[in-house]
Design a protein around this ligand. Structure first.
Ligand code: MRU
Length: 347
């Protein structure tokens, strides 16, 4: 992609503002950790791996701010900032994963004879490393996923699991990019993905930018396309994968998996191993974020439903592992039995 999801320059985290894409290309500037929290909460930046890397830079900013204020670094002084960052969005486990990684670097360095400004430098290095590794992982998983794609496949995807949802390249769209660059003549069907329309605004934008053949559909068309045998494969991303393979992803994913199973269409999850929550046994244990009513009653600030109507607006759902054909990771393709094979990824 021409435009970077995030870049850290001169002490400022710059995030492409995904709330206004594709109409405008503007960078939101986060100068401190509170502005990072705001960016994640308001969905300037979204997508599990992108949130993970953003949280890591947010943690670095919090430590740096605390060091500037107090003249020293104490774990206790970072606690509040850490909690605030973690509370911004609860489902995508990459946020917790990124912050845990940063905290580990801080703890490992604090008890050594290392100057505090050097510790701050090491934290920035770690955040940059997390960002770099994300792009590398996506490229690797893209290559693995490409092995599953045949010449001329029609691929259905949901939400945006692309370069914009990661630090670069993408997960589900990473697989699609790899197949396209190998000239497999694939075609992508993009669910618009109500309520926030990440498919229409972001996935469509990415596909057009790279001339990848794609057709935009409203979410309710997907089942008809599968019934008509137009879709060969479904490839989507993930926000959190439990140890048994149950996968939380954008609301509507579960429904696609049910239809795919009915018509024997392979259903793939593409995600880096940073999206696997090794502390959670099954999907029921995953916290699902509930978002505000306005996302449903309005479309880009235009009211479409009567005032006062009750709304139910979960941001994610859980696809049970039995509906998943395989999980594509940077370490390889994980097939059932998931419980056993996901555990092997830890080795
Ligand atoms: O609410 P969002 O836009 O953050 O949800 C994003 C998704 O559900 C993506 O599919 C998921 O994070 C994978 S991104 C590589």
């Amino acid at each position: 992609m021409k435009h970077k999801t995030l870049k850290f320059e001169d002490g400022v985290l710059k995030l492409i503002d995904q709330r206004i894409l594709p109409l405008e290309i503007q960078y939101y500037e986060a100068n401190n950790y509170k502005e990072v929290c705001e960016a994640i909460k308001k969905m300037v930046v979204r997508g599990a791996p992108a949130i993970g890397a953003t949280g890591a830079f947010g943690y670095y900013l919090a430590v740096n701010e605390s060091f500037m204020d107090q003249g020293n670094i104490k774990i206790g002084n970072i606690k509040e900032a850490k909690e605030e960052l973690l509370a911004t969005r609860p489902t995508a486990v990459n946020l917790q994963w990124g912050i845990k990684r940063m905290e580990k670097v801080l703890k490992n360095n604090l008890n050594k004879d290392i100057k505090e400004d050097e510790i701050v430098n090491r934290l920035l290095k770690e955040a940059r490393q997390i960002a770099r590794e994300d792009v590398e992982s996506n490229k690797k998983l893209g290559e693995f996923g490409n092995e599953l794609i045949a010449q001329g496949d029609n691929i259905l995807t949901h939400c945006n699991a692309g370069a914009l949802a990661t630090v670069g390249y993408g997960t589900a769209l990473g697989v699609i990019r790899a197949a396209h660059y190998e000239n497999k003549k694939i075609k992508v069907y993009i669910d618009e993905t109500r309520p926030r329309l990440q498919g229409a605004s972001l996935t469509a934008f990415e596909m057009l930018e790279e001339d990848i053949p794609a057709t935009l559909i409203v979410d309710s068309v997907a089942a008809t396309l599968m019934q008509k045998k137009i879709i060969d494969k479904v490839v989507v991303g993930a926000d959190r994968i439990a140890k048994n393979g149950d996968t939380a992803n954008k609301i509507g994913t579960f429904m696609l998996s049910v239809v795919a199973q009915k018509y024997n269409i392979p259903f793939y999850i593409a995600a880096p191993t940073s999206t696997i929550d090794f502390d959670i046994e099954k999907g029921e244990d995953i916290e699902i974020e509930q978002r505000e009513d306005k996302e449903v009653t309005e479309i880009r600030s235009v009211q479409i439903a009567p005032k006062g109507i009750d709304v139910y607006n979960p941001a994610f759902d859980v696809t049970p592992s039995e509906n998943i054909t395989a999980i594509i990771t940077e370490k390889g393709i994980v097939k059932p039995p998931f419980k056993e094979n996901i555990e092997k990824l830890l080795i």
